[in-house]
Design a protein around this ligand. Structure first.
Ligand code: ADP
Ligand code: TPW
Ligand code: MG
Length: 571
């Protein structure tokens, strides 16, 4: 007996090595769905003091991991079973890559030699090959002694340069492989300086400042890369020292408070159209910025300056006259250092015009946000929630839907960095509950999730997860009875309802009651406000069913123009 224990103490195995490698790299939270071959891994992780959160669907665990990466600058880890679990997690991995969030999808997999000969193993699939085009890097570990290096590579790939999703394939066999404990310990790698600073070239900083100095109507656009960078003080100092109006992209809201005098948020179209020099900081000129051309940008000729860690991003859509390649913290600091004391603020004609437009638009909206209509419209309901975020600026706002998203983005002011989490680059539905869970877990702050009724449906079962872990999440379902609106009719006159319509007067609040949470049915902004304040005070998992006028809103929210138009009617 005694000899056996000594023998055991001198050995380690794949399970232990995965746990030791993650812990060595300060990764202590795992978002997973258990099953063969990773059930025991989750148990052993929990036994080893890691936080292992089990979800009801891997896609939601994956979205949680992706946003954990955005919030912490460390890769969020999603752990799944083979083939179907892996595929369920893959959407989130692709989403992380598209949004430049660091994440690692770790999936168990079947027996290599059976997979490769397609002999029909349990949950057989060539996962590595399938993951590759959807992520930044993909690795497979075949031997226990390579677990340390495999995890180190995955971490570095996820967070260095432009962050993104990484796939790590762990065949079932590896977990049970045994090796000498000391050799095992030596095989682990602590990743040193996983995302090294990348200093910009001094000449590119000077070139950018020269272009900015020549501007008459300069504009800064802050993107979610700027929020991710956690260079909040330097960014604010640079924007303020420059005196240039700025526009925050959706998830960059709050980097400076939306009420900041230089914010052009409420004068977005004027700012885009009339600007002559635009400096992008951690924002791509993709569809969300109309690719830097066309009607949205007006007739005034533009010069673009861009700060990004990814050199290939430059000139992706239009010419970038002054590219600055480096990490945002270093780039913005370099700009600040090189600006000099004699920096001249932009012409008051420009800053004044923007300010005037902002104030006019804010004043025009104000009375509509105070309406107490029943059924609620988006302005009345979001006016109430806007006040709640103003009073609780450290709460995290999660937001998805179409109208529910577009109205909330413009109506709700944010006051602190990384407090607004939403559908991101793809405008994907289903991120809501995963993001809410990770936000609560990673930050310990209360979370307010404002969800279209359709959007909520994509991940709604995770309210059980929220209740199970007792997370301080308040979900508000904007219930207009459908996708975009609840008023659609079946054009054939048949008995099926329209493709965009759900059950009338659905009682979503009863869903959370099934799991011991608090359910509230709210028909007016006052009721909504009361319910959400109570939830935020108590921290109890809550779902508020906010009844919204089914005719409010528009098809596809603010991006209806992206719908293709039918040319030939069906005979
Ligand atoms: P948004 O959707 O808010 O406009 P995007 O996702 O389009 O933002 O752009 C984010 C950009 O930020 C990406 O091009 C990415 O390479 C860049 N980025 C991310 N992190 C950093 C960083 N630390 N330093 C510099 N650029 C970064
Ligand atoms: C994964 C397409 C965009 S917005 C939306 C869908 C289905 C739902 C809008 O209705 P909701 O909001 O949430 O009730 P509201 O206020 O307008 O009524 N599948 C995925 N992603 C997307 N974007 C879609 C489908 C879509
Ligand atoms: Mg809806």
């Amino acid at each position: 007996m005694a000899d056996e224990r000594v023998e055991e103490a001198a050995l380690t195995d794949g399970f232990n090595l995965v746990i030791d490698a993650l812990k060595l790299n300060d990764i202590n939270t795992i978002y997973n769905v258990p099953g063969i071959p990773i059930t025991d891994l989750g148990r052993y992780m929990q036994a080893a003091g890691m936080r292992v959160l089990s979800f009801r669907h891997e896609q939601n665990a994956g979205y949680a991991a992706a946003i954990a990466g955005f919030l912490t600058k460390k890769p969020g880890i999603c752990l799944t079973v083979s083939a179907p679990g892996f595929l369920n997690g893959l959407t989130a991995l692709a989403h992380a890559t598209t949004n430049c969030f660091p994440m690692i999808l770790i999936s168990g997999s079947s027996e290599r030699k059976i997979v490769d000969l397609q002999q029909g193993d349990y949950e057989e699939m060539d996962q590595l090959a399938i993951a590759k085009p959807l992520c930044k890097a993909a690795y497979r570990v075949l031997h226990a002694e390579d677990i340390g290096i495999g995890i180190a590579r995955a971490i570095r790939a996820a967070v260095s340069g432009r962050p993104g999703g990484v796939y790590l394939d762990l065949p079932a066999k590896v977990f049970a492989q045994v090796m000498d404990a000391e050799a095992g310990a030596r095989s682990l790698v602590k990743v040193i300086d996983a995302a090294p600073r990348q200093l910009p070239a001094p000449e590119s900083v000077k070139r950018a400042l020269d272009v900015l100095k020549g501007a008459e109507r300069p504009l800064i656009i802050l993107g979610k890369g700027a929020a991710y960078a956690q260079a909040d003080d330097a960014i604010r100092a640079f924007v303020e020292a420059s005196g240039i109006p700025y526009l925050p992209m959706s998830m960059a809201k709050g980097l400076l408070p939306d009420t900041h005098p230089q914010s052009a948020g409420a004068a977005r179209s004027l700012a885009l159209k009339q600007s002559d020099v635009v400096m992008l900081i951690g924002a791509r000129l993709n569809w969300l910025l109309s690719h830097g051309k066309g009607k949205a940008w007006g007739d005034a000729p533009k010069k673009f300056i861009q700060i990004d860690i990814e050199p290939k991003e430059m000139d992706s859509n239009v010419e970038i006259v002054a590219p600055i390649v480096g990490d945002i913290g270093s780039c913005v600091q370099a700009l600040l250092d090189a600006m000099g004391k004699d920096w001249a603020a932009p012409p008051p004609a420009w800053t004044g015009a923007i300010r005037e437009k902002v104030e006019a638009n804010v004043a025009r909206m104000a009375p509509r946000l105070r309406n107490n209509n029943v059924p609620m419209d988006y302005q009345g309901a979001l006016g109430a929630l806007r006040t709640i975020i103003k009073e609780r600026p450290d709460a995290i706002l999660v937001n998805e839907g179409a109208n529910t998203l577009d109205f909330a983005r413009s109506i709700i002011d944010m006051y602190q960095p990384r407090k607004r989490l939403d559908v991101g680059t793809w405008g994907v539905m289903g991120v809501g509950m995963g993001m809410a869970i990770a936000a609560a877990v990673e930050t310990g702050k209360p979370v307010l999730a404002i969800e279209g009724d359709s959007a909520f449906g994509f991940s709604g079962m995770e309210i059980e997860t929220i209740c199970r872990y007792g997370l301080p999440v308040c979900v508000v379902v904007f219930n207009n009875g459908g996708i975009y609106q609840g008023t659609g009719v079946n054009p054939s006159g048949g008995s099926d309802v329209s493709t965009t319509v759900f059950v009338k007067d659905a009682r979503y609040e009863k869903m959370i009651e099934a799991f011991g949470g608090v359910g509230v049915y709210a028909t007016s902004p006052d009721e909504l406000s009361q319910a959400v304040n109570a939830a935020m005070d108590s921290g109890r998992p809550t779902l508020v069913n906010a009844v919204i006028d089914e005719a409010a809103g528009t098809e596809s929210g603010r991006i209806g123009n992206l719908n293709p138009q039918r040319v030939v009617a069906k005979k």
